[in-house]
Design a protein around this ligand. Structure first.
Ligand code: ZN
Length: 338
């Protein structure tokens, strides 16, 4: 694998390579953008190129012992860390451990590279002990921080990093990732590429035919004159728990369902959009205020999933929000008028 194998993000790659070639590489970068578009892959690839021992063209050779170690995820001078799946805040102790490892001299005599994923989950404590490393990083080292949005980050951390935004992949880029990785099946790639929001991980999930059936049942119930909240919550929880015991997998499914509900609702506003694969339309009696309130319920649910709030609670709130959205809004406005 090399730069040439990375699909999309040409301008970000160009920016980093230009900085390197002109000797202006920063000590810390913050890569931010949607999950599943390749931020972490790019950071690791960059680290690999930096560590490559036969690199003469700003590209990893893929053959030297250093490249082989990176590919085996075993290079002592390339640390890739993230928040453990089962916790909702980056543990302070773990951060201490990571930084201790990072402070040692490079084992192989070259650069040291630290990649920290899930920075959305840094809290004041874990963030603060990280600040010192950002201010005084070990010599010949580079740090890549990865998160979804700048709003979720501590200002003290952001101000010490160069920020680089990543966007979702377009439809032809998603198709290219599928073909490069030989992902094949009886799915409609065009539909998947238009529904995945530019995220490769979401696109891969959408290839599962079971998911489409779950959504059909979900939307069919939502458009009923009197949707059944108990039925909906059970439907969603069964689907989410189908991912297995690990909450990280469950969160991916939850996020996907909420995300797709958002795009379905947006299509309700721009009516008649036949591109969306779900044919269900909200009853005509549902007005724009109700749709806006339903969208708001989805935004809140996305936020809660991101913050790793307990999924059963999030799903309960979300379903309530979708069904009772307008009456809650009406209640709020009545209370507001008092
Ligand atoms: Zn190499």
């Amino acid at each position: 694998m090399s730069w040439k194998d990375i699909v999309g993000h040409e301008s970000q790659i160009k920016y980093m390579l230009q900085a390197w070639k002109t000797n202006k590489l920063g000590q810390a970068y913050f890569f931010h953008g949607l999950d599943g578009v390749g931020k972490r892959t790019l950071a690791i690839e960059f680290g690999k190129a930096l560590l490559c021992t036969s690199n003469s063209t700003f590209e990893a050779c893929g053959l030297c012992p250093s490249c082989k170690l990176v590919e085996a995820e075993n290079h002592p001078d390339l640390q890739v860390n993230g928040c453990p799946k089962e916790v909702h805040e980056f543990p302070r102790e773990l951060m201490k451990e990571i930084l201790e490892g990072f402070s040692f001299k490079a084992s192989r005599g070259g650069a040291k590279v630290l990649v920290i994923d899930d920075c959305d989950l840094l809290n004041e404590e874990s963030g603060n002990i990280f600040l010192k490393s950002l201010e005084e990083p070990p010599p010949h080292s580079i740090i890549f921080l990865i998160g979804t949005s700048l709003e979720r980050q501590l200002e003290t951390i952001l101000s010490r990093c160069q920020k680089l935004a990543f966007h979702g992949l377009n439809q032809s880029e998603i198709a290219k990732v599928f073909s490069n990785n030989q992902i094949e099946g009886s799915f409609d790639l065009n539909k998947i590429a238009s529904a995945c929001g530019g995220s490769v991980s979401q696109a891969i999930m959408l290839t599962n035919p079971e998911f489409s059936q779950v959504e059909d049942s979900f939307f069919a119930e939502i458009v009923m004159p009197m949707p059944d909240p108990v039925k909906l919550v059970k439907m969603v929880m069964d689907f989410i728990e189908g991912a297995g015991k690990e909450t990280s997998g469950q969160r991916v499914r939850a996020r996907w369902l909420v995300h797709d509900t958002l795009s379905w609702l947006r299509n309700q506003i721009v009516t008649g959009d036949s591109l969306h694969r779900h044919r269900f339309l909200l009853p005509a009696a549902v007005n724009i205020e109700k749709v806006m309130a339903m969208l708001e319920a989805c935004f809140q649910a996305e936020n809660q999933i991101q913050r790793r709030v307990q999924l059963s609670l999030t799903v309960q709130w979300w379903v309530d929000g979708l069904i009772w959205a307008d009456s809650l809004a009406a209640f709020d406005s009545r209370v507001g008028a008092l």
